[in-house]
Ligand binder design. Structure first.
Ligand code: GLY
Length: 394
């Protein structure tokens, strides 16, 4: 139980000086534990979680324009010296030269071990700035302030930080847990609708893993860019609670709990690579969840286990989120990319399956012909679903 009296992974209302009082706290119960604050206006809490004289606010050009002033003003009003470091938007900023440049900027500004970083932006900024904080002087405090739904749902919680190499994504990095995560739900209204849908794929994944009401909220369009602050806060907090609970059980992914967050991601990453990133991560995850529904059904039925068929839920998710269809139809074309999945151990492919919603497994005994059968069933669905209208979630 934390100082605020919340249970691990739980959520409660904690009126706080400097915020609207409508925020919710979800605790991530690692050592030391840290809060995820979710609500309208929580960016003004930045000074509370950065106990340092100097604060570097690392952001990208788009996000800095939209939200940089709010954070800087709150910090300066609390007598901090703020250095705003802005990188170009996009995945290309998640590279060693950009990370190196940011470290040198901190050194030139005289940052010390007690100074802090705020990572203000989407997943790229969170990973990059988190890794700057993890590596500068062997580690300085960081506050994650995600502004996209994708980053709120996934990257900002759990301490994974890093950059890409030409040889592959996230090949350099560190686990570096933040002091706090500030999710200002009003920033979601500044997102283009399709980017909101990309984040919904990860939220729906959390719903499938552990929270049916959350899944239903996504399918019913309750978590939407035009939802009110209370609904945005409630559902973003529900998603954060699922992730926080998994991270607390398996902080360093040394067991299988954290690997279950990979539901739908084996095929998603393969689709992204096979299409040379023509489809976005959130779109690929939506399709990956549909494949996972087919594979889970075929695999656990074949083992004679009790299952709850969730293929229709996955189809409804595709109709709701309307991802662009992947231009890959042949398992033979995808399989080499699937084989590179980082979950493989001792040459054995591992899949996250879900015999029933709420009951994830990590399995390594799926025969290749079953992977192929699931693919054929998936492709038949893609052909039917591929040209549906956005929001046709019935
Ligand atoms: N994105 C999966 C994880 O944080 O473990």
């Amino acid at each position: 139980v934390s100082a605020d009296g919340a249970t691990p992974g739980g959520a409660q209302h904690v009126p706080t000086r400097g915020s609207t009082g409508d925020a919710v706290t979800v605790h991530v119960d690692v050592r030391p534990p840290y809060p995820v604050r979710i609500g309208p206006g929580v960016l003004v809490e930045a000074p509370r979680w950065t106990p340092s004289r100097r604060v570097a606010v690392i952001s990208d050009g788009h996000v800095d324009l939209l939200h940089g002033d709010a954070v800087a003003t709150a910090l300066e009003a609390d007598d901090r010296r703020v250095v705003r470091l802005v990188v170009p938007p996009g995945e290309a900023s998640k590279r060693v030269p950009v990370w190196h440049d940011l470290l040198r900027r901190l050194a030139r500004e005289g940052f010390g071990r007690d100074d802090a970083v705020v990572a203000l932006g989407g997943g790229v900024v969170g990973d990059l700035a988190g890794f700057v904080a993890a590596s500068y002087m062997r580690g300085v405090p960081v506050v994650q302030a995600p502004t996209s739904l994708l980053a709120m749902a996934d990257a900002a919680i759990g301490g994974k930080t890093g950059v890409n190499l030409s040889e592959g994504k996230n090949l350099v990095g560190a686990f570096w847990q933040p002091r706090a995560v500030l999710m200002d739900v009003t920033s979601l209204r500044t997102l283009p609708h399709e980017r909101f849908a990309h984040g919904l794929a990860e939220v729906a994944k959390h719903g499938l893993l552990a929270d049916r009401a959350l899944l239903q909220a996504v399918l019913d369009g309750e978590l939407a860019p035009d939802a009110d602050d209370e609904a945005l806060t409630r559902w973003v907090a529900a998603s954060a609670r699922v992730k926080a609970t998994v991270v607390a059980r398996d902080e360093r992914e040394s067991g299988t709990a954290r690997a279950t967050l990979n539901l739908g991601h084996t095929v998603a990453h393969a689709l992204e690579s096979a299409t040379d990133h023509a489809i976005e991560h959130g779109e690929a995850v939506t399709w990956g969840l549909l494949y996972a529904a087919h594979l889970s059904h075929l695999h656990h039925e074949a083992l004679g286990e009790a299952t709850e068929d969730w293929r229709e839920l996955a189809r409804r998710l595709v109709r709701r989120l309307a991802p662009r269809p992947p231009d890959v139809h042949d398992w033979g074309a995808l399989a080499p990319f699937v084989a590179r999945d980082k979950k493989a151990r001792d040459g054995r492919r591992r899949w996250v399956t879900l015999p029933s919603p709420g009951d994830p497994r990590v399995v390594d005994d799926v025969p290749p012909e079953r992977e192929n059968d699931a693919w054929e069933a998936f492709v038949a669905d893609v052909r039917t679903l591929g040209d549906v209208e956005e929001g046709d979630g019935t």
